[in-house]
Design a protein around this ligand. Structure first.
Ligand code: E4P
Length: 225
């Protein structure tokens, strides 16, 4: 099970990486636009995230072109700038599927993104994607159970022995994260805020405070009667 952070907020990322069990960072154009005032800042920001992650962490960067050829050309530039092991996020549009096939055939790592149905996931997997990213909260918002979509994608992939992994994305609360874990997601990408919420419980805080109080109250030596 992989846990990634869905953020380009360097300060928020640095509070968690390194030191916590994070497998990588995912970004998309919206996330990047929140952390950059202009496009020329993007390479520097992504390079800093890359170096924060170190050699083993996965970095997922989304292409923005509309045509398959445009996406493939953009992917080449991304790989040159940020390393050949970068995961190229490609939306599952008809042009995106063509790009996924071309990229996968050339040995690139690909994450099919903006996935909302098991059928889109199946086509992306057949095209050669390493990950598919279903958007849980955006499904839940439409009263379509996002975790059910994850369970069905996993069922289809298992049934047809497809190696593509499910990277569940788009969360608003930890209940959604828990449900996709039960549904068998291979990975989740969550905001730094949700990561901290995964760890928080008032009873843990209260227990630790009680341990500290009891420990501090114990004298170094037995006091004379
Ligand atoms: C990640 O791959 C997605 O781009 C992202 O999780 C979408 O999340 P949102 O629905 O919160 O924008």
């Amino acid at each position: 099970m992989l846990i990634l952070l869905d953020s380009a907020d360097l300060e928020a990322l640095r509070a968690i990486i390194p030191g916590h069990p994070i497998d990588g960072v995912t970004t998309n154009p919206t996330i990047i636009s929140r952390s950059c005032a202009a496009k020329k800042e993007i390479p520097g920001l992504l390079r800093r995230i890359r170096s924060l992650l170190g050699g083993d962490g996965m970095l997922h960067i989304q292409v923005t072109a509309a045509s398959a050829d445009g996406m493939v050309a953009e992917a080449e530039t991304i790989k040159e700038q940020f390393g050949r092991d970068v995961y190229l996020k490609v939306p599952v549009t008809p042009e995106g599927i063509k790009a996924i096939m071309m990229l996968a055939q050339n040995g690139a790592r690909v994450t099919a993104t903006a996935v909302f149905t098991p059928q889109q996931a199946l086509v992306a997997a057949k095209a050669g994607a390493d990950f598919v990213a279903p958007y849980i909260n955006r499904l839940d918002d439409l009263v379509v159970d996002g975790s059910k979509v994850v369970r069905e994608i996993k069922q289809v992939f298992t049934q047809y022995s497809l190696k593509t992994r499910v990277l569940a994305a788009s969360f608003r609360n930890i209940e959604q994260v828990h449900r996709v874990c039960l549904a068998g997601a291979d990975a989740v990408t969550i905001s730094p805020e949700l990561y901290w919420k995964m760890l928080f419980h008032p009873l843990t805080e209260r227990s630790v405070e009680q341990f500290a109080r009891d420990w501090d109250a114990l004298p170094e030596e037995e006091e004379p009667k």
